[in-house]
Design a protein around this ligand. Sequence first.
Ligand SMILES: Cc1cc2nc3c(=O)[nH]c(=O)nc-3n(C[C@H](O)[C@H](O)[C@H](O)COP(=O)(O)OP(=O)(O)OC[C@H]3O[C@@H](n4cnc5c(N)ncnc54)[C@H](O)[C@@H]3O)c2cc1C
Length: 486
Amino acid sequence: MSRTARVAVLGGGIAGLSAAWRLAKRLEPSSIVLLEASRRLGGWIESTKTSDGGVFEHGPRSLRLAGNAGRASLSLVEELGLGDDVLPVLPSNKGARKRLIYGDGRMNELGGGLAGMFRRSALFSEPLARAMMRELVRKNAPACEDETVHQFCERRLGNEIAHWLADPLCRGIFAGSSKHLSMRSCFPKVYEYERRYGSVIRGAVMSKKERLRYKNSELVKRSKKEAWVTWSLRNGLESLPNRLGHALSARGVKILKNKPCTSLEINNNEIKVHMKGEDSAVRVDSVVSAIPARNLSSALMANHPTLASHLERISAVTVAIVLLEFDGKVLPTEAFGYLVPSHQPSNALGVVFDSCSFPEHDRTGSPSTRLTVMMGGHWFNDLFGGAHSLTEDRIEAIARETIADHLGIQAKPTRCLVRILKDCIPQYNIGHHETIGAIDQYIEEHSLPLTLVGASYRAVAVNDIVDTTMQAVDQLCNKRMESWSC
Ligand SMILES: Cc1cc2nc3c(=O)[nH]c(=O)nc-3n(C[C@H](O)[C@H](O)[C@H](O)COP(=O)(O)OP(=O)(O)OC[C@H]3O[C@@H](n4cnc5c(N)ncnc54)[C@H](O)[C@@H]3O)c2cc1C
């Protein structure tokens, strides 16, 4: 006989909130409980709004639109009634579309669009189009199933592209090293293109386009019509998790903040979820875990040590961010920002020119410039000797030295916010797909009522997390449809 299922969602970041939102459409909302370790929802999505109207993002600052993943978060925004708050970056904002790479003491513009491919940039000895033409006919197969992003790009596209494009791109997305990150796990589509079509370029042109979902969303339709480049929200991206939290509570989902899950006891299809500071456990039929893999590993260590040891292998890196505001317009050029390759002598991974993409987030009144310096990642300990030995003053000083050196900005900032984001970006290093395979197999073989979502596993971008989480919850409900009243 079917009955209402009880589900616990662990973690109130964007993955946990999206999971609870989807579950609340399929199940009785009051049978869903979400546990969040900290006092706030949103995880790494956090925005500071200042009294003079400025908005500063500590985590993600803009979301892209490509594919179903891009549509997923936009249609979620619409469902939550946040459509009027969307700030799109339109194609007319040429500055926000410009991407720069810092190298050999100067800013180098990456040729955008088709025309840019045929121009020679100072970083490359030939136009990018020529390397791509060669890639089309190159027949060198990979030496093994998994290779680093660097090895893959060097083999297919040549040494210059591996050094000047793939390297800074990995620093920009994963704060990681292209010489450790796995091509297969970090860029699965590109990896598949080569496997299926013998060439990345051929694969990109010939692969079957994914079946588009979220077709009925008016916001998605508008974004296509106006060809948005990226988007944010008027009061910062944190409005999205905040609104999700309110909407879930209004529907009757129980949200418990300040309640870290300490252990999971799984017996005969019932899970006891233990929380810090609570003697009695929450009993549920199923758990959706949206917490970092290493935290889940600790919660499973006593009951499922083998699974815990697989989860433990998924590491994450620490990033220091410095948000700066200056009086007036101080940037030498309009751009999205710039990335710094690892082979250049610099403490920065990259700098985002926030005011160029979203001038709406600048303070009201007199003109100002906001920018963000990102540092550390894979190189954090080598550069700074561990998070505990680093003071905020020291980080601010390093950030200001960086922008003085790279951008010639010597002025004193009118505002400076420093954060050390500990273990904030998971690293899909070589062997990550084997770890994921072992985790999936263990859960399957032991019939554990456990679903894993969030940045630790398959994608770190917010859009991808929202999309894959919705799909994982649908799969869970479809599988249990007969025993649960979905
Ligand atoms: C500086 C920075 C910039 C970024 N920029 C972008 C960008 O521009 N675009 C983009 O798409 N992505 C960006 N990302 C990536 C993206 O923001 C993250 O990958 C995403 O927000 C992760 O969401 P999540 O829900 O998987 O995890 P998290 O945000 O880590 O949420 C997990 C939650 O679980 C809670 N938790 C942990 N342990 C427990 C426990 N035991 N019990 C209960 N709760 C627990 C945590 O407190 C947290 O709230 C950026 C990330 C960072 C750090």
